[in-house]
Write a protein that binds this ligand. Structure first.
Ligand SMILES: Cc1cc2nc3c(=O)[nH]c(=O)nc-3n(C[C@H](O)[C@H](O)[C@H](O)COP(=O)(O)OP(=O)(O)OC[C@H]3O[C@@H](n4cnc5c(N)ncnc54)[C@H](O)[C@@H]3O)c2cc1C
Ligand code: FES
Length: 293
């Protein structure tokens, strides 16, 4: 990658400000997903820049384009952040060619993120399918870094095939230690008869969670078609709808509520996924037409 001009970074009070970040490491997680570790080039910014789990950045490849990507690391580690990126199309194909030492640009963080402060004192139940593991890994690592702030924690991580289970080895490696800390990790596949591990959709494992339905915050991320059955199972087991949150993806351009690309709802009541979300509560989801489309 060619070196970027130094003056491309704009003043920090500009919400569109672009920041130069260096690729430190690249890990091939699955056939289609890579994990990228980035570091801010400006040491002052590296000290200050932080985010809330569930927020996203716009990752820019000069001359190619930009893509919204959830931050999948914990905000505790200042100066560094990680993105788990699926090779999906034009921009992400170029992103997948990045090597350690290359410099790219980010703007953000954007969106609301999960209300992790409001959740202090509660149990946490995280339910992920497919690429949905990425934003929930940020919540999980944040809860591990702040273990004293939360009660029991269960992370249900699923994918269609074993080879596609994101962060499978990282989570398996944490399992023994996690159990001693009242943290339960359940990993499962839905369409892989040869997989030696567990089988079943996320809702199958809700009865196994170590969390107390009366005081549990639930974070869900996966393909929209899974939400209805997960909501039904949670409510059946006594989890409170007002404690259910999901994070959504949508085609975006500006990322800050200016262009209208991500709007869902009706002409009298609408939501910007980028600004009002991408994290929404259960009641927003069921009362806003098109939010899950
Ligand atoms: C808030 C938010 C958070 C997100 N977080 C993440 C994340 O953490 N990780 C992540 O990987 N993605 C994430 N995404 C999705 C990511 O932004 C898109 O995958 C990305 O914008 C695609 O850009 P692109 O230019 O590579 O693909 P585009 O060229 O725009 O293609 C978009 C879609 O078209 C289809 N497509 C395009 N080209 C081809 C092709 N050659 N063959 C088959 N299908 C094709 C694919 O289905 C693809 O998803 C997030 C999106 C949002 C809104
Ligand atoms: S992406 Fe522009 S308004 Fe949401």
């Amino acid at each position: 990658m060619s070196e970027l001009p130094k003056d491309i970074m704009m003043p920090n009070d500009n919400p569109y400000a672009l920041h130069r970040v260096k690729v430190l490491k690249v890990y091939q997680l699955t056939e289609k997903e890579k994990l990228f570790l980035f570091r801010f080039e400006d040491p002052g910014l590296a000290e200050k820049w932080t985010f809330r789990p569930g927020q996203f950045v716009q990752l820019t490849i000069p001359g190619v384009g930009e893509v919204p990507i959830s931050i999948c690391s914990s905000p505790i580690r200042r100066g560094f952040f990680e993105l788990c990126i699926r090779k999906a199309g034009r921009v992400t194909t170029v992103v997948h060619r990045l090597k350690p030492g290359d410099t790219v640009l980010v703007r953000g963080p954007y969106g609301n993120g999960f209300p992790v402060d409001e959740w202090e004192g509660m149990d946490l139940l995280l339910i992920a399918a497919g690429l949905g593991t990425a934003p929930l890994r940020s919540v999980f690592l944040y809860a591990m870094d702040n273990r004293w702030k939360y009660g029991k924690v269960t992370f249900i991580n699923t994918a269609r095939y074993g080879k596609d289970l994101l962060f499978y080895r990282e989570l398996e490696a944490m399992k023994d230690l996690a159990e001693a800390e009242n943290v339960k990790i359940i990993q499962s596949v839905t369409r892989d008869p040869d997989w030696p591990g567990r089988h079943g959709r996320p809702q199958k494992f809700i009865p196994e969670a170590n969390t107390d339905p009366r005081k549990t915050a639930i974070a869900i991320c996966g393909p929209p078609r899974m939400y209805k059955s997960v909501f039904e199972a949670l409510i059946e087991y006594g989890y409170k709808p007002e404690n259910i949150y999901v994070t959504l993806e949508r085609k975006m351009k500006c990322g800050i509520g200016k262009c209208g690309h991500c709007v869902a709802g009706t002409s009298t009541s609408w939501k910007y996924i980028c600004k009002d979300g991408p994290v929404f509560g259960y009641f927003d989801i069921i009362s806003t037409p098109g939010l899950l489309d």
